[in-house]
Design a protein around this ligand. Structure first.
Ligand code: HEC
Ligand code: HEC
Ligand code: HEC
Ligand code: HEC
Length: 196
């Protein structure tokens, strides 16, 4: 079970003009959030419980079309939401293999989400990539991964999963375009901010 420290608070800016309404995800399932929201989350506060401070992730900007590595189109939803595609697609991209829900036949896209948010099947990263020492909501244990040609088994706690997913792209964008305002993987406080 999630304890008090593991609250991920989503700040959802509702399209109807109510801004800054914070939902405590302990009392909202994915479904409820989708219903209350009606659209995709715009800004998500991650890592509320991180010692280094919380991370403000602008979901809308990351999906707006200018944040891809080459800057020419939107980042595919499944680049981050990697489980939101059928197992047959994942078979082409090892070491990834896990679909959620397990029997899904659809690939998450903006269109699919718009058409039927509940059926689009988006799960929060932390529901699988729990914090160290905690049991995830959707899996029996925290996932781990072994890359081809390596013997290292990486335990994908939240820190590993988020850093690998987020930093990988920022690193590539930053090395292609030094002027890009991407967070630096080695400069922790470009993402983690302490609230006073
Ligand atoms: C750059 C990475 C990234 C991309 C691209 C991305 N998302 Fe997300 N999305 C996230 C993260 C991170 C969260 C927060 C998950 C968490 O709290 O663990 C999230 C949360 C969500 C949620 C809320 C899930 C919940 O907890 O109930 C929905 C719905 C969603 N995304 C849909 C989409 C759709 C649709 C697309 C494609 C149009 C997309 N996302 C593209 C990173 C991304
Ligand atoms: C339903 C459970 C689940 C959800 C939700 C989930 N993951 Fe994963 N993740 C896994 C599993 C299991 C693996 C190990 C590979 C596999 O089985 O597909 C993994 C692997 C990874 C990897 C390692 C990939 C590699 O090539 O080494 C990263 C990074 C990652 N996840 C980030 C994320 C992010 C970011 C989110 C949210 C946007 C997310 N995951 C959502 C279960 C999940
Ligand atoms: C596929 C590429 C990609 C991925 C994946 C990605 N980002 Fe970014 N991110 C960018 C780009 C590009 C920028 C901004 C570049 C600019 O403004 O010049 C950016 C900017 C940011 C910023 C600076 C403020 C802002 O919103 O512009 C933060 C913070 C950030 N990203 C956090 C994250 C987090 C947290 C994740 C993982 C959940 C993530 N990013 C995943 C490409 C990515
Ligand atoms: C791209 C933005 C970004 C950068 C840069 C970054 N982090 Fe993170 N970090 C995150 C996100 C997002 C999470 C996951 C938050 C969550 O679970 O909701 C996280 C989680 C963590 C956690 C786990 C927190 C917990 O207790 O759950 C630690 C520890 C951490 N980061 C340390 C660091 C350190 C040290 C650095 C610098 C070397 C760093 N981070 C740089 C985005 C970043």
């Amino acid at each position: 079970m999630r304890n008090k420290l593991v609250i991920v608070v989503f700040t959802i800016f509702l399209g109807v003009g109510i801004t800054g309404v914070a939902f405590d995800m302990r009392s909202f399932t994915t479904q409820a959030q989708v219903k209350a929201d009606g659209g995709m989350p715009e800004v998500i506060i991650l890592g509320k419980d991180a010692k280094l401070g919380q991370v403000t992730f602008n979901h809308v900007k990351h999906n707006g079309g200018t944040y891809s590595i080459d800057g020419t189109g939107p980042i595919a939803c499944i680049e981050c939401h990697h489980t939101a595609q059928p197992a047959s697609e994942l078979a082409k991209m090892p070491p990834l293999k896990t679909s959620w829900p397990a029997d899904r036949t659809t690939t998450l896209t903006a269109e699919l989400y718009k058409k039927d948010a509940a059926a689009a099947g988006v799960a929060a990263c932390r529901d699988c990539h729990a914090r160290a020492g905690q049991t995830p909501k959707l899996l029996p244990e925290i996932p781990s991964v072994k890359h081809e040609g390596s013997t290292a088994i990486i335990n994908l706690v939240n820190q590993q999963a988020f850093h690998r997913s987020c930093d990988g792209c920022h690193f590539q964008v930053g090395s292609q375009n030094p002027a890009a305002k991407v967070p630096k993987p080695t400069n922790c406080v470009t993402c983690h901010k302490r609230t006073a």
